[in-house]
Write a protein that binds this ligand. Structure first.
Ligand SMILES: *Cc1c(COP(=O)(O)O)cnc(C)c1O
Length: 460
């Protein structure tokens, strides 16, 4: 049979878009470990979680058996405003690399928030609204998640309070103004609007803040205001579930043209876009229907999978959130200032961690300057200016394609391109000026982080 000509972009029709999210936990033999109450070390109950999170989202968080969750019509309609996202055949990149490999990427940056994060933001905002809540609180570091959430809340008429790490608030005024344009209230963290913020300011008057501190403030704000809950943009099972629209779309698009990827890869910060992309393919793997090589790509400056340990740890630096079993560098690990803000997280999604632990996927770490070199090469031939986070995946996809050029293998490589980098031009500037450096933590640096992991029986 003659091979069907593959277009530059494969788009699904509205009817072909997924009507349910896929819960890969249902097909996993070893389920991810449950969240633990830090005080008792017993699994968190729905009731206990209900003080912080929305009820329906807690059901999704705790459900390891239901394979499909229908996507409510209102969310599907919102998705139609910026989805389906294209599956792109990187013909120009293939030609530039002179590789026999076939390269595809799923592009999630075609919305104002500039990343895949909107896929979960609208779902979380929808369930909050459905519960009759007034609003939600969250933290944001680089600003992508806060932007996505403010867009979703504006659409549904929910109040949105974002605690933004102070140094980002000051250094990224454009992201801040996008959030305010969508009606969010943005507070630099630490602030004097919360008890925990006031305490931190007293202790460290000149601090420029941290993600852990912003989480603590957002959680306190949610639990101390009537009608508010806290929402999180990555790591949790529910977020990974919502992000499966990426993988389901991709699976349908590939099937239409009879394409079977050999290698599937994506960048991993908290693991939500990667988990969402690979879930349907891992499902096939788990059910024995197909096999794929799956690779998580992380920064060498924050190597949770490649150099971390598989333990129960706090999800936040403030040590107030539940304990999650994951690959972690320790909640006290402070990554060096890297330009991929969305990948500077000490832990990893429990689902991705378990899959990695069980040998169902691999992980690689890459250095910042080589990531930006890949980003520029990609931008110059494929046109899209990629986010630094996404460029980690580009780096490894290119490395794989170059290896194919050397071995003559005609592999099909699929990667997730999570977003655009228009708000990251200071980082590109540093790279262009030759001022960018690579920092790799020493074993002693890592040990300091590991020392912050809580110790209790069964967690050594
Ligand atoms: C947040 C972000 C990431 C990393 O988050 P995950 O939860 O690991 O997917 C990657 N790329 C972009 C563009 C982001 O904004």
């Amino acid at each position: 049979m003659e091979e069907k000509k593959i277009p530059y972009k494969i788009y699904l029709s509205e009817d072909e878009m997924p009507k349910a999210w896929y819960n890969v936990r249902a097909d996993m033999t070893n389920k991810p470990a449950p969240l633990l109450n830090p005080a008792t070390h017993q699994p968190m109950t729905a009731q206990k979680l209900g003080a912080v999170f929305c009820d329906e989202l807690i059901q999704q968080e705790l459900d390891d058996t239901t394979p499909y969750f229908p996507i409510p019509e209102e969310i599907r309609n919102f998705y139609k405003m910026y989805r389906p996202s294209p599956l792109v055949r990187a013909y120009c990149l293939e030609e530039k690399l002179k590789t026999p490999a076939k390269i595809y990427y799923k592009f999630e940056g075609n919305n104002t928030s500039g990343s895949h994060k909107l896929n979960s933001a609208i779902a979380q905002a929808y369930y909050a609204k459905n519960q009759g809540l007034k609003g939600v609180t969250t933290e944001t570091g680089a600003g992508q998640w806060g932007t996505a959430l403010s867009m979703a809340c504006a659409y549904l008429g929910l109040d949105c309070r974002v605690y933004m790490v102070k140094c980002s608030y000051e250094q990224k005024p454009f992201r801040r103004e996008v959030m305010r344009t969508y009606g969010a209230q943005v507070t630099p963290s630490p602030s004097n609007t919360t008890e925990v913020g006031r305490k931190i300011l007293e202790q460290f008057p000149g601090t420029s803040g941290s993600l852990g501190c912003a989480i603590s403030e957002a959680v306190e704000a949610a639990t101390s205001m009537e009608g508010y809950r806290y929402v999180l943009g990555s790591v949790l099972n529910q977020v990974l579930l919502h992000q499966t629209v990426i993988g389901l779309d991709t699976q349908t698009a590939l099937k239409k043209y009879g394409i079977k990827p050999d290698v599937i890869l994506g960048c991993a910060g908290g693991g939500s876009n990667l988990g969402g992309l690979i879930s349907p393919f891992v499902g096939e793997k788990l059910r024995g229907e197909a096999d794929y090589q799956i690779i998580a790509v992380e920064p060498a400056s924050c190597p949770s999978l490649t150099r971390g340990v598989f333990r129960y740890d706090f999800c936040d630096t403030g040590a107030i959130c539940p304990l999650a079993k994951m690959y972690t560098l320790g909640n006290g690990f402070i990554p060096s200032a890297s330009h991929a803000g969305g990948l500077r997280y000490h832990g990893m999604s429990p689902v991705v961690s378990q899959l990695y632990h069980d040998g169902l996927m691999e992980a690689r770490s890459v250095e910042q300057t080589s990531v930006f070199a890949a980003a520029e090469e990609f931008a110059r031939c494929e046109g899209i200016l990629p986010a630094p986070e996404s460029s980690h995946a580009i780096r490894v996809a290119m490395d794989e394609a170059i290896r194919c050029r050397e071995t003559g293998e005609e592999k099909t490589i699929l990667f997730g391109l999570t977003g655009t980098g228009y708000f990251d031009m200071v980082a590109y500037g540093k790279y262009n000026d030759g001022d960018m450096s690579d920092y790799i933590p020493t074993d002693a640096d890592l040990q300091r982080g590991f020392d912050s992991i809580p110790k209790f029986p069964g967690n050594e």
